[in-house]
Design a protein around this ligand. Structure first.
Ligand code: TXA
Ligand code: MG
Length: 333
């Protein structure tokens, strides 16, 4: 039986969501990247509930979301680089990892005892309105079971977490469609920990020099949460495919769409492909298909984040990772 409640009336919906957050309950809300599973970051019980609901390993820390820079400055120690990136890209799909401010009120359990804190100011109007109305940061991982594909529509949240007592604010499809870019600015030189909605080219332009990327995806906690196998559908994924057969859900791109079931972008537009990526992976992650195959995606701009997610979706699945997807699609109530 579905317990989650889907709300698409923003005025009363946001009020109810604010009330739920203040009571220590969880909500799901849209951001421009993906839907988040939000809770009061200063409330250890709300934080524990997020880990339980997502079945997320405690070693994988959470991002704290706030409405503006003054609120962010209470959480982390801003280096010059962090300030420049914040000015260039906030509000927006950028997360900064900083040294934790001595007075940071975020519950330690949200940070996996790292001494650093990940901070994001989302641009989505619903997220902004919500965050402005609470006087605490909101921790919000993507609102999916750990290891499965992130949700870019309210319906995706219902499919995965519909059994939870959860308010879901429906803001329609997420515009960016892939998660935020994470840049570690705690040290002397910035390092990209996760590619995402802000491209490497845009980061370099803002800083006047190329930004180093973390090179390998490992199963070790040096880069928490960035497991080689992640963001993965149930079906095996094949990359750089040029056609499909009847057992294959072939997702085309640009002109490469022979026997495709759908196209990430018929015109070869990477922004459109990022917006569509998770919805299409979810939509075709089912019988009668036995495999999902994806056309080659150029590795420039947003293509780098798309290819990163596709490589993780195609990576061998480890036993440690929870890839259990929703078994049925549930109706909203
Ligand atoms: O776009 C997004 O970032 C979305 C929306 C909801 O804001 N959130 C999201 O959260 O993708 P999540 O929990 O699914 O991914 C957060 C990533 C994880 O890989 C985690 O390991 C990393 O951020 N992270 C969090 N705190 C960190 C820290 N202190 N140091 C390094 N990585 C950190
Ligand atoms: Mg996630």
């Amino acid at each position: 039986m579905t317990r989650a409640t889907l709300l698409d009336t923003y005025v009363t919906g946001i009020d109810r969501a604010v009330e739920a957050l203040r009571d220590g309950r969880l909500i799901s809300f849209p951001t421009e990247t993906v839907y988040g599973l939000g809770g009061d970051a200063t409330n250890p019980e709300a934080v524990a509930e997020i880990y339980r609901v997502k079945q997320r390993p405690a070693s994988n820390p959470l991002i704290s979301h706030v409405a503006d820079l003054p609120a962010a400055e209470k959480l982390g120690v801003f280096t010059d680089t962090a300030r420049r990136l914040a000015q260039a890209f906030w509000p927006g799909p950028l997360t900064l990892v900083l040294s934790r401010h001595p007075l940071c009120p975020v519950a330690p359990a949200a940070g996996a005892d790292l001494g650093t804190i990940a901070i994001r100011i989302p641009a989505h109007p619903i997220a902004q309105t919500l965050l402005k109305q609470v006087d605490f940061p909101v921790v919000a991982p993507s609102a999916n079971l750990s290891g499965y594909i992130s949700p870019t529509r309210a319906q995706h949240v219902l499919e995965g977490l519909g059994d939870e007592d959860l308010l879901i604010l429906d803001g329609g499809p997420c515009e960016v469609g892939v998660e935020s870019t994470i840049v570690n600015c705690a040290g002397d030189t910035p390092v990209v920990l996760r590619q995402g909605g802000i491209t490497a080219e845009a980061l370099s332009d803002a800083l006047g020099s190329p930004v180093r990327a973390r090179t390998t995806a490992t199963e070790t906690p040096t880069a928490p949460g960035m497991f080689a196998s992640h963001y993965a559908p149930r079906l095996p994924v094949i990359l750089n495919a040029v056609t499909g057969d009847r057992n294959t859900a072939f997702l085309g791109f640009g002109g490469i769409d022979q026997r495709a079931v759908a196209s990430l972008s018929p015109t070869g537009d990477l922004t459109e492909a990022a917006t569509n990526l998770y919805h299409l992976l979810r939509a075709y992650d089912r019988a009668p298909f036995k495999t999902i195959a994806v056309a080659p995606i150029p590795d420039t701009g947003l293509g780098a984040a798309i290819n990163d997610r596709l490589r993780r979706a195609a990576a061998p699945r480890s036993a440690a990772r929870n890839s259990a997807p929703p078994s049925t699609t549930r109706e909203s109530k």
